[in-house]
Design a protein around this ligand. Structure first.
Ligand code: LMR
Length: 394
C-alpha cells in the first residue's frame, strides 16, 4: 500500500529552513521562515509567557481533557482581543485549534460541509500553505489581484476589479493585517471599500489573522476584521497566537465564526467541535492556557503588550535601516517601500535567479519569491544584505 504513495512537494518555506541549517558558511543570514528573532538571532520566550508558565506549573493539578472546542476562557480572551465589541457574542462560535494552520484547515472543512461547491477567493500572492490546504481538501479557489510587482505596493484597482467576479455565496479570504508574503496592507479606506464590495456581492468573508500586533498595534491591526464583523451576517476567522505570543511550537490558534443569529451559532459551534473530534479530538491546551492567563491578568497583560510593542517598533526601525542602506547602495528609491510595509515580511521584487544568487554567492536565505523576514535583520547584517542585493541587481 505505502509504495503507492507519490512524493509530495516540499513546503518552500520550511524547506528553506533545512537548507539554511545544512549550510556550513558562518556568514549565513536567515531571512526565511516567519519566526521572530531578536538582535542576537534568538527567538525568546516572552517575559509574561514565561511568568504565566511558572504560575501554571505551580498551580495546575490535572492534565485531564478539556472540552472538545477547548477552554471557554481562551475563547473569551481571544474574541475580545480580535473582535473587540464589534459583534454580539450570542452570534459567535469559537473553537481552539492546533495553531492558525489548524484553524484555517477547520474553517475550510466547515465551508465544504456547508456547501462542497463553494469557491474561495484568495489574494495573489498569498501564504503558500493556503493554496496547499485548499488543494488537499478539494476546495475550489480563485485568485484576486493584490500586489503590484513593479511598485511592490497594493494593486488596489486590480483587487477591486477582480473581486467584481465574486458570486453570491463565495468566500473571500483576506489577511487581517501584515500580509504574508508581501507586507503590503490595505489602509482603512480600502478596507471600507472592500467590505462594501464583498457585502454587495453577498459573499462571506474569511479572515486569516496571524500577526495581530506586529503591524500598527493590536487594535489598529484588527481594524479590518472588526469592521467586517460589525457588518456581515456571517463570517469566519482563523487567528494564530504563534507570533504575537511567541509560542510557535505550542500550536495555539482559534476559529471564531459569526453566524446570522444565536440559533445558527449553536449549530456552527457543534460543527466546529465535531471537526475537532474528527481531526484530532481535543485541541492542545498548554499554549491556550498561557494566552488566557496573560490576557486575563492586568500585570501580565501590560508586560506582554509592552514587549509586543518593543518587537513591533524594533521591526519598524529595521525596515527603515534596510531601506536606507539599500538607497545608499543602489543610489535609487526602488526599495523605499520596505519602510512603508508592515508586519514581519516584505517582498523585495527580485527574480528567482537573483534570490538564488543571494543564497549561493552571499549565503543570504530568503523565500524564492524574494520574501524576507524583517526580524532576521540586525545592525550587523543590514549593510551586508544591502550590498549583496545591490550586486545581484546590478
Ligand atoms: C511563514 O510564513 O513563514 C510562517 O507562517 C511559518 C509557516 O508555517 O510557514
Amino acid at each position: 500500500m505505502l509504495n503507492n504513495l507519490k512524493p509530495q512537494p516540499a513546503d518552500k518555506i520550511l524547506m528553506l529552513s533545512s537548507l539554511f541549517r545544512a549550510d556550513n558558511r558562518d556568514t549565513k543570514i536567515d531571512l526565511g521562515v516567519g519566526v521572530y528573532k531578536n538582535a542576537e538571532g534568538h527567538t525568546p520566550i516572552m517575559r509574561a509567557v514565561k511568568k504565566a508558565e511558572k504560575q501554571l506549573w505551580e498551580t495546575e493539578d490535572t492534565k485531564t481533557y478539556t472540552s472538545l472546542p477547548g477552554d471557554a476562557g481562551f475563547h473569551k480572551v481571544m474574541a475580545d482581543m480580535v473582535l473587540g465589541d464589534s459583534v454580539d457574542r450570542a452570534r459567535l462560535s469559537a473553537c481552539a485549534t492546533p495553531g492558525g494552520t489548524g484553524a484555517i484547515h477547520n474553517v475550510c472543512e466547515t465551508i465544504l460541509m456547508a456547501n462542497p461547491d463553494t469557491t474561495i477567493w484568495v489574494s495573489n500572492p498569498t501564504w503558500g500553505n493556503h493554496l496547499s490546504i485548499f488543494k488537499h481538501l478539494g476546495l475550489k479557489f480563485k485568485t484576486y489581484n493584490y500586489f503590484d510587482a513593479q511598485t511592490c505596493a497594493i494593486d488596489f484597482n486590480g483587487m477591486i476589479a477582480s473581486l467584481q467576479d465574486v458570486q453570491p455565496g463565495d468566500v473571500v479570504l483576506l489577511h487581517g493585517c501584515c500580509h504574508n508574503p508581501t507586507g503590503a496592507n490595505l489602509n482603512q479606506t480600502q478596507w471600507n471599500e472592500v467590505a462594501d464590495l464583498i457585502a454587495a456581492k453577498a459573499a462571506i468573508p474569511f479572515i486569516d489573522i496571524a500577526y495581530q500586533g506586529f503591524g500598527d498595534g493590536l487594535d489598529d491591526d484588527a481594524y479590518g476584521v472588526r469592521l467586517l464583523a460589525s457588518k456581515f451576517p456571517e463570517m469566519m476567522i482563523a487567528a494564530s497566537c504563534s507570533k504575537n505570543f511567541g509560542i510557535y511550537r505550542e500550536r495555539t490558534g482559534i476559529v471564531l465564526a459569526i453566524s446570522a443569529d444565536a440559533d445558527a451559532a449553536k449549530i456552527t459551534q457543534g460543527t466546529l467541535a465535531h471537526l475537532n473530534r474528527q481531526n484530532f479530538s481535543f485541541p492542545p491546551d498548554h499554549g491556550a492556557r498561557l494566552v488566557t492567563m496573560v490576557l486575563s491578568d492586568p500585570e501580565l497583560r501590560a508586560d506582554w503588550q509592552a514587549e509586543l510593542e518593543e518587537v513591533r517598533t524594533g521591526m519598524l526601525v529595521l525596515r527603515r535601516k534596510l531601506a536606507d542602506a539599500l538607497r545608499a547602495e543602489t543610489g535609487s528609491d526602488r526599495f523605499g517601500f520596505i519602510a512603508e510595509h508592515r508586519g514581519m515580511f516584505s517582498r523585495l521584487g527580485l527574480t528567482e535567479e537573483q534570490v538564488m544568487e543571494l543564497r549561493d554567492t552571499h549565503a543570504i536565505y530568503m523565500v524564492g519569491d524574494s520574501r524576507i523576514n524583517i526580524a532576521g535583520l540586525n545592525d550587523a547584517n543590514v549593510t551586508i544584505i544591502a550590498k549583496a542585493v545591490a550586486s545581484v541587481i546590478a
